[in-house]
Design a protein around this ligand. Structure first.
Ligand code: B12
Ligand code: SF4
Ligand code: SF4
Length: 355
């Protein structure tokens, strides 16, 4: 009975666009809780909140649904081929692939269909995806969907790591995966060597305070020692996945589906720096921006500008001059850094307005 329902549920997920579906028991993730607490205590989390805010809650599916018996975990691919690079010599910055469009919306839609199917039979079902209530990778690992790479990303056998993950927590009696997926990294350490900031400090352990994907989301000044390493990124970092041999092998075997209209792999830095707050939030509001303050997008844009632009481009000179005269000391400081790097060092405009 349980396995008939499990097969049907799996099929519903696949029919609604999931690339893999697995079932895990709803037992608490005890080891993950201990790791969250250890990494928080040692500062490896770099001040992140997310699942670190309340490790006991984010590692206990029964905190999502009392009486939970199973997790139906889904993975949805966000592997999309990048269109050709932007034309012209306007400075642009790269967006990490998971944010070219709202892949989480597609994931939640598919998980919602699974939840609906369960509720038809009278079971309770709650969808959770990337919302900090549950450590999604551990749920997926337990559901036999993939293995933890040394980059800490979850890789699916034969399909690589370009997946977002989420789960339906339910009290239905489903049949869990027989066993986890075995390690597929072997002796490889390409991600450890390829990380621009040395953030993978041990196999499966990312020090958030060094990880570009966190630093672009963190409040405050962008640490000076990692500004050059940010390169032309404005949001997210894909390097540990770009260098990953299983992802590369997949690209050789199967072309990734092409980008669709509306995908946003790059942004024009001059446009970002000239946009007002409402425009920035309207366009990039689905990104994680600290306290929803657009100044952090401008901060990231200035670092990327300093790394990539030509100091004699009139548009660059105009936006840099405006940023150097900003009332916001955070913007002035990052503009000064970018101006110095582009050989346009000018004295910082004295701070006349408080932060
Ligand atoms: C906090 C967070 C981050 C942080 C920290 C990431 C990290 N590695 O710690 C930051 C902001 C840096 C980040 C970046 C990214 N993230 Co993120 N993030 C999260 C979030 C909100 C919580 C993760 C969490 O709780 N980690 C807890 C710690 C303890 O787990 P862990 O770091 O994975 O550690 C595991 C391993 O150490 C493993 N382990 C234990 N012993 C050993 C031993 C060995 C040898 C190995 C190999 C592993 C291993 O067990 C631990 C878990 O129990 C989740 C969403 C969610 N609600 O779960 C998304 C999530 C993990 N992120 C995701 C994505 C897509 C990304 C980025 C690719 C985005 C980007 N391009 O910029 C990068 C990848 C960076 C990286 N190398 O991890 C996806 C991952 C999908 C996947 N296939 O793995 C998730 C699941 C979001 C989602 N729902 O799809 N993220
Ligand atoms: S996301 Fe970038 S900075 Fe973070 S671990 Fe991967 S390669 Fe390093
Ligand atoms: S780069 Fe190598 S070590 Fe890192 S996750 Fe990929 S296969 Fe594993």
């Amino acid at each position: 009975m349980a396995d008939v329902l499990t097969d049907e549920i799996r099929q519903v997920g696949l029919d609604h666009g999931l690339d893999a579906v697995g079932v895990a028991p709803a037992e608490p993730f005890e080891e993950t809780r201990a790791l969250l607490e250890e990494r928080k205590a040692s500062g490896l989390h770099g001040g992140m909140q997310f699942t670190y805010r309340n490790p006991r809650r984010s590692t206990d599916p029964r905190a999502v649904l009392a009486g939970a018996r199973a997790l139906v975990v889904g993975a949805r691919s966000y592997r999309v081929a990048g269109p050709d690079g932007p034309e012209g010599n306007q400075p642009t910055a790269r967006v990490a692939r998971y944010s070219w469009r709202d892949h989480y919306a597609d994931l939640r839609h598919a998980l919602g269909a699974v939840a609906d199917r369960l509720t038809v039979d009278g079971w309770q079902a709650e969808v959770r995806a990337d919302d900090n209530a549950l450590v999604d990778r551990e749920a997926a690992y337990r559901a036999g969907i993939g293995w933890y790479g040394k980059s800490s990303n979850l890789l699916l056998p034969g399909k690589g790591s370009w997946f977002v993950l989420g789960a339906v927590v339910t009290d239905a009696p489903l049949e869990p995966a027989a066993q986890p997926v075995a390690d597929g990294c072997g002796a490889c350490h390409a991600c450890v060597d390829g990380c621009p900031t040395g953030a993978i400090v041990a196999p499966g352990v990312v020090a958030a305070r060094r990880c570009l994907a966190w630093l672009v989301q963190a409040p405050g000044s962008f640490p000076v020692e990692f500004r050059a390493a940010l390169g032309d990124r404005i949001y997210g970092c894909d390097e540990c996945q770009e260098v990953c041999p299983p992802n590369r092998a997949l690209d050789r075997r199967h072309r990734a589906p092409p980008a669709v209209a509306g995908d946003e792999p790059w942004v024009d830095l001059v446009e970002v720096l000239e946009a007002d707050d409402a425009e920035l939030l309207g366009r990039f509001g689905r990104w994680y921006i600290p306290d929803r303050q657009p100044r952090y997008l401008r901060r990231n844009a200035l670092v990327a500008l300093g790394n990539t632009a030509h100091g004699d481009n009139p548009d660059v000179i105009r936006v840099l001059d405006a940023a150097l005269a900003s009332a916001d000391p955070l913007i002035r400081e990052h503009a000064q850094w970018a101006a110095d790097r582009l050989g346009r060092g000018q004295p910082v405009v004295p701070a006349s307005t408080p932060a």
